[in-house]
Write a protein that binds this ligand. Sequence first.
Ligand code: F6P
Length: 356
Amino acid sequence: RKRIGVLTSGGDCAGLNPVIRSVVLRADTYGWEVLGIRQATHGLMSDPPQATVLNPKDMNPLLTAGGTMLGTTNKGNPFAFPMADGTLEDRSEEIIRGYHQLGLDAMIGVGGDGSMAILRKLAQQGNWNLVGIPKTIDNDVGVTERSVGFDTAMNIATEALDRLHFTAASHSRVIILEVMGRDAGHIAISAGIAGGANIVLIPEIPYSLDKVCAKLKERQEQGKTYSLIVVAEAVKSVGGEAITVTDGGGECRLGGVGQHLSEQICDRQVADTRVTVLGHVQRGGIPSPLDRLIGSAFGVAAVDLIAAGEFDRIVTWQNRKVVSVAIKDAIAHYRDVDPYGTLVKTARGLGIYLGD
Ligand code: F6P
């Protein structure tokens, strides 16, 4: 009887619990036991390791539960772990030992590209049998068209725009919605199109503040009394000035670019503006049906890879199928918004100002 581990690593997102459920239910069909590792690799560092047997009969509530029942962290790279005295220590051997102490035959790691790179290094160094599942609201993991968590985040950002339309219209305002996405503009462009934004600014396409203002004025001249702007957090300059914002993983995370944009538009007396920074709301809540579906498909496929003895692979979504690829290939190809792709063409075709 095999015993496999599952851990969630990096920032949480909606859809992680459906993945865990799927892994447990599929493993049960093989008669295997699944151990849930607490707090990503941190759970393996403690002695004894922090892990719980996941019982198939307890899994059903997980389908609709946000976050991750196992806990997670995006802090503490085991190869340069921050210690209490401020030094960095390599604690990889403790984590590797945890895997063997639990008697695991394989590990399913659910994470984004950063987590996958770390897990792969641990697996190689410690002789683990590793299978990966991609998750991130940023949707930036290479090769896979979708990562678990993106759809829910996009839905939340779209719903925010749906709500902002009414208040912007009532007050004849410009409302700026700042969304997450780390270094990529996937949430911004997808929600911007689905939520009827007039301007979408993403890091992949340079833009000009003059043209943003010209677009707002043009709309006013056309009798359109309000406008909605979506800006991705990774847009790092406004009107040619660089913006310094604490990056993901920092201790004090602040909204940034939306506020700068608002001030610049206001200074130019173009419109009355307001800013909404959506922040971690995008990571919470009930997983969307698509995230449940993809998470379930990934969970089953990951367990099947273990059954087939195929390791160092990650499951991906391609052309409506789950296809596994080498983890090293998935993390070598960062996926940002294609400036010549369908979404950019669609946005431009709808008259959305996206940059030049
Ligand atoms: O990678 C997911 C993400 O939510 C990014 O979109 C964002 O930049 C970052 O994590 C926020 O990190 P933290 O939860 O550490 O503030």
